[in-house]
Write a protein that binds this ligand. Sequence first.
Ligand SMILES: *[C@@H]1O[C@H](CO)[C@@H](O)[C@H](O)[C@H]1NC(C)=O
Ligand SMILES: *[C@@H]1O[C@H](CO)[C@@H](O)[C@H](O)[C@H]1NC(C)=O
Ligand SMILES: *[C@@H]1O[C@H](CO)[C@@H](O)[C@H](O)[C@H]1NC(C)=O
Ligand SMILES: *[C@@H]1O[C@H](CO)[C@@H](O)[C@H](O)[C@H]1NC(C)=O
Ligand SMILES: *[C@@H]1O[C@H](CO)[C@@H](O)[C@H](O)[C@H]1NC(C)=O
Length: 423
Amino acid sequence: MEALHPLNICLLTLSLVAISANAHNITAILEGFPEYSSYNSFLSQTKLADEINSRQTITCLVLDNGAMSALTAKHPLSVIKNILSLHVLLDYYDPQKLHQISKGTTLTTTLYQTTGNAPGNLGFVNITDLQGGKVAFGPAAPGSKLDSSYTKSVKHIPYNISIIAISAPIIAPGILAAPAPSASDVNITGLLEKAGCKTFASLLISSGVLKTYESALDKGLTIFAPSDEAFKAEGVPDLSKLTNAEQVSLLEYHASPEYKPKGTLKQTTDPVTTLATSGAGKFDLTVTTAGDSVTLHTGVGSSRVAEAVFDSPPFVLFTVDNVLLPSELFGKSPSPAPAPEPVSAPTPSVSPSPAPVSEAPSPLAASPPAPPTDTPAGSPADAPAGSSENSTSGNGAGHVSVPLLRSVIITVFATVVSSVLLS
Ligand SMILES: *[C@@H]1O[C@H](CO)[C@@H](O)[C@H](O)[C@H]1NC(C)=O
Ligand SMILES: *[C@@H]1O[C@H](CO)[C@@H](O)[C@H](O)[C@H]1NC(C)=O
Ligand SMILES: *[C@@H]1O[C@H](CO)[C@@H](O)[C@H](O)[C@H]1NC(C)=O
Ligand SMILES: *[C@@H]1O[C@H](CO)[C@@H](O)[C@H](O)[C@H]1NC(C)=O
Ligand SMILES: *[C@@H]1O[C@H](CO)[C@@H](O)[C@H](O)[C@H]1NC(C)=O
C-alpha cells in the first residue's frame, strides 16, 4: 500500500476539478497509467467505458498489463467483457471504506449482475478485510477462494469513482465457459424470432436487407428491432405502399453500423447514423436518456429501447416498442409519401415469399427515388423538419386509413404464419 506523495495529491486535485464539471471519464483517467493500458483499451473495445462513465457511483478493480495478457490471450471478447464487467462494482470503495466493511466481509453487486448473464448472485463480488490490513476479493459463490488482493489505489474521486488495482482477475464460476457466439457466427433471424420480432425478421429476408446487416456484423452493428406488437400498433403506416427502395431504407434505418450497447447509447449526444444514412443529417436518430431508460427519436415519433436481447461485441441487438419512422419517408411536411396508386392491388413487396426480388433493391440506395407524385416540393429530405405547411396533397404517410392498416396487418400476419408453417 502506497502513500500518496503530496505532489500527486495536488495533481489529482487539479484534474479532479477539471473532470468534475461533468461526469468522470475512465479512459482519460487511465491514460495517465500506462501499466493499465491493456485494461483501458479493453474497456473501450467492449464499450464498458461508456457504461462506467454513465454511472455516478462506481469502483473499478483494475488489472495490470501482465494479468490482462493472460486473460486476453485465451478468451474471446464476449468473455472478456463479462469478466471485466465483474470488475466494476456499483458502489464506491476507496481504501478507507475497504477497511470499514462491517464484520469484515461483504458481497457487492457489479455491472455483470446487471447484464442478466449472471446466474443467481454470480454477478456479485466478495470483498473481505483480512487480518493485517490485507483486503481480498473473490467470486460470491459460497466457499470460493479469495485469490485476488488489493494492491493500491490508482485514483479516487469521492464518492463518484474509485479505481483500485488488484493482483489477479476475479473469475466467477462458469464465466469462462459461456462465450456468446462470436458476432460472425450469429444467426440474426433466429435471434429476432426468439426475441418476438418475427415480422421484422421476415421483412429483412424479403427485402434482402438481411444481407446488409450480415455484412456489417464483424465491423460493428446495433439493431433496433421492433417487436411484433409494434407492427400492429395504431398509426403504423401502410408499408406495402412503399416502393422497394423505401422499404430498404426503412429497414436499414433500424440498425446502426457501430457497436452501441446501452451504456454507449446513454452517453450519446450526437445523432446516431444508421445503415440508411447517406449524408449528414439524413436518416439519423437522436437519443435521450432518463435514468436508466433510453429513447430514440426519429423526428416523426419515438421509441423506448428495451434491454439488449443479445450482446457480443461488436454486435448488439435491442428490441424497440415502436417501428422507427424516418422523417425522410414519413415527415408530415411536403408529403413524400408515394402516391396512392392502385389501392386495390397492394404491391407484393411486403410478402416474405422466397422469390427473389425482381428489381434487386440496391442495398445502399438510401434516398428513395422521388415518387411520381404531383407534389411540387423538392427532395423531401431537404424539407425543414419544423415547417408544417398544410399538405392538402393529402395522404401524408402519417395518416393511414384504418382499413388499409388492417389489411396490411392481416397480410403481414398471414405471410408470417404461412412462412412459419412452411418452414
Ligand atoms: C460527483 O458527481 C456529481 C454528479 O455527476 C458531480 O456533480 C460532482 O461534482 C462529482 N464530484 C466530484 C468530486 O467530482
Ligand atoms: C474520454 O477520454 C478519451 C481519452 O482522452 C476521449 O477520447 C473521449 O472522447 C472522452 N470521452 C468523453 C465523453 O469526453
Ligand atoms: C466471502 O468469502 C469468504 C471465503 O470463502 C467467506 O468466508 C465469507 O463468508 C464470504 N463473505 C460473504 C459476505 O459471503
Ligand atoms: C437461422 O435461424 C432461422 C430461424 O430459426 C432458420 O430458419 C435458419 O435456417 C437459420 N440460418 C442458419 C444459417 O442457420
Ligand atoms: C392550415 O390549417 C389550419 C387549420 O386547418 C388553418 O388555420 C391555417 O390557416 C392553414 N394554413 C395554411 C398555410 O393554409
